[in-house]
Design a protein. Structure first.
Length: 297
């Protein structure tokens, strides 16, 4: 199946430039995708095949189509989805706590991917599931799903350039003394574990910024922003600081007041990969975290 990645009409600024230059410099199409379009797809001008070194004229309509890497193997399973936004390139979904994003050995079905594939199938769309920002099973909040290979590449670039902004709300145990701060500690797997992470000198660079929103008796409500996206990053850094997240028993927190880590992806901000418009989404904390906050703040 061929998937359309880019379709645009050349304007005066594009005239005289090659198809390759415009696709790469203006639309961010990678060399890898261009090669795949050449051998496993097609690039057309005004409906006819075109070579990428041919020069454009104003008014030319260019389309880039690429064959998928492989058939999607995730089985469709209907489930309610909280879709906050959708267009041809992306979806923004509010994930509830307890939902795994992608099938694994321990969770072969019932994942967000299964639900999204079923949703697309109901619309007559055949796509691969590509999550941009991943959330742990028990973390709630906003995530992006790229709907094509080109969009996924653009979001990967945004993550590398730190122009995809993510803001979390977290409730940590204890009263964090500093009003704000930065946690800069490399994170890697703990010894003899395939799951637990820890701050360690040989880990991957990880930077977390926090700001205290409120303090209560034995709890702190934090706004957290990430420069990097390591597995369990906020949970590991807060535990290392001596303030594990409430409910996060994997990293020293107690489940006395909440049955999962009190972590919520509350805001996503980025420039749309196709039209450059600022996209800004917010999602209120779910009921369990609201109740926890009401108890202590």
């Amino acid at each position: 199946m061929l998937e359309e990645l880019i379709r645009f009409t050349a304007d005066e600024a594009d005239a005289g430039h090659t198809v390759r230059d415009v696709l790469q410099k203006r639309y961010g199409v990678s060399r890898r995708l261009l090669i795949r379009a050449k051998f496993k797809g097609r690039i057309t001008r005004n409906g006819l095949l075109v070579f990428v070194n041919e020069k454009l004229q104003a008014g030319d309509e260019i389309a880039v189509m690429v064959e998928e890497d492989a058939e999607e193997t995730v089985a469709p399973e209907e489930m309610p989805l909280s879709i906050r936004y959708e267009d041809d390139d992306l979806m923004v979904i509010a994930k509830p706590a307890g939902l795994v994003i992608h099938p694994t050995g321990n969770h072969a079905s019932g994942t967000l991917a299964n639900g999204v594939i079923a949703y697309w199938k109901s619309k007559g769309e055949r796509r691969r599931f590509r999550a941009v920002n991943r959330l742990d099973k028990d973390t709630s909040g906003l995530l992006i799903v790229a709907k094509n290979q080109w969009a996924h590449e653009q979001f990967s670039r945004m993550q590398q350039e730190r122009t995809l902004h993510r803001t979390y709300h977290a409730i940590a145990e204890g009263e964090v003394k500093a009003d704000e701060g930065t946690l800069d500690g490399p994170i890697g797997l703990a010894d003899d574990s395939f799951i637990t992470r820890q701050v360690r000198p040989d880990g991957q660079a990880a930077v977390t910024h926090f700001r205290v929103i409120a303090r209560g008796e034995g709890m702190s409500h934090l706004e957290v922003k990430l420069d990097t996206g390591r597995t369990h990053q906020i949970r590991v850094h807060m535990s290392h600081l001596g303030h594990p997240l409430a409910g996060d028993d994997l990293y020293g927190g107690s489940r006395t007041y909440i049955g999962r880590q009190a972590l919520h992806a509350a805001r996503l901000s980025f420039f749309h990969p196709r039209n450059g418009l600022l996209m800004d989404f917010t999602e209120p904390m779910p009921l369990d975290m609201q109740q926890l906050a009401a108890r202590f703040f």
